[in-house]
Design a protein around this ligand. Structure first.
Ligand SMILES: C[S@@+](CC[C@H](N)C(=O)[O-])C[C@H]1O[C@@H](n2cnc3c(N)ncnc32)[C@H](O)[C@@H]1O
Length: 276
């Protein structure tokens, strides 16, 4: 299905401007494969017509759905293991004593996708922090409205819970109904989900009432942004955090040479970032 070069350039710019996501020339196939359902649902004849309709109204429902379709929501419970070990053995033990053992611990999962990451944080908190249900609050935000709706529903398939979830946590924190697994209320009560765009300055004020954060997860999303945009995002996150707060990114997501605001803390050979 064709897309005129100037309309491909337009869609690429639109995506970059609205979401920070970088598509190079070789990624036309990605747009093509991701928008098939959109074309059907909105009864649009082809890719040229899709681009023209978005261009006419960049705030339309169609434009939002296009952005949503272009996000990669791949995620799993306890992804990469080490962040959750670090929470358990390093970060929570430091925070547990705040406010004589009664202080609040505020956490933000800033690209929470379908919820597996923030629910994994909640399970870890529940197993490590005394009275976690009273003391720990977790905000999950994502650009993708469909991912946020999914996370709010807190319902996962057998396949999803099999990816990364130890049986012990599955049995303790989920109930099974038919083929689906539902997150228990104890965890759900710690969580709030909202739509949120990392490349928008308004995000800082949007999340203010949930912070300042002790811990921010921004994992496996910065890789989709340009090096400059990654630094803008990290500066934005820093504005929402407490001094001494921990930032978790993917292993290689912070470009070299931009570490001035952060102390690098090594945990099992992986980098965590502590706000100075
Ligand atoms: C690959 S998933 C990673 C999810 C989770 N953090 C993890 O590590 O498993 C990337 C997520 O980033 C979200 N995303 C992409 N661009 C974004 C933006 N500008 N603002 C907020 N979220 C964004 C996508 O919608 C997607 O859910």
């Amino acid at each position: 299905m064709s897309l005129r070069p100037e309309l491909f350039r337009y869609l690429r710019e639109f995506l970059l401007h609205k979401s920070g996501l970088v598509l190079d020339d070789s990624k036309l196939y990605l747009i093509r494969s991701r928008v098939q359902a959109l074309l059907r649902n909105f009864e649009i004849s082809d890719m040229d017509a899709l681009a023209q309709q978005i261009k006419r109204d960049e705030n339309s429902k169609l434009a939002h759905h296009f952005l949503d379709a272009m996000t990669t929501n791949e995620t799993l419970f306890f992804r990469d293991t080490y962040p959750f070990e670090a929470l358990k053995t390093l970060v929570f033990p430091e925070l547990i004593h705040v406010g004589n053992g009664h202080g609040n611990i505020k956490i933000w999962s800033a690209a929470s996708s379908k919820g597996q990451e923030p629910y994994s944080i909640a399970m870890t908190a529940s197993e490590t922090v005394p009275m976690a249900d009273k003391r720990v609050s977790i905000l999950g935000t994502d650009l993708s409205e469909s991912a946020i709706a999914y996370a709010r529903e807190a319902k996962y398939s057998q396949m999803e819970v099999q990816r990364g979830m130890p049986v012990k946590q599955l049995v303790r924190f989920f109930t099974q109904e038919g083929l689906d697994w539902f997150v228990c209320d104890e965890l759900k009560e710690m969580l709030t989900f909202q739509n949120g765009n990392l490349v928008n300055d308004a995000l800082v004020s949007q999340v203010r009432r949930f912070g300042p954060f002790d811990i921010v997860f921004c994992r496996n999303v910065l890789i989709y942004f340009s090096p400059e945009e990654r630094m803008n995002v990290i500066d934005r996150l820093a504005k929402t955090m407490k001094k001494g707060g921990y930032l978790f990114t993917g292993a290689t997501e912070i470009p070299e040479g931009h570490y001035s605001k952060w102390e690098c803390v090594m945990f099992k050979g992986k980098r965590l970032w502590k706000l100075l």
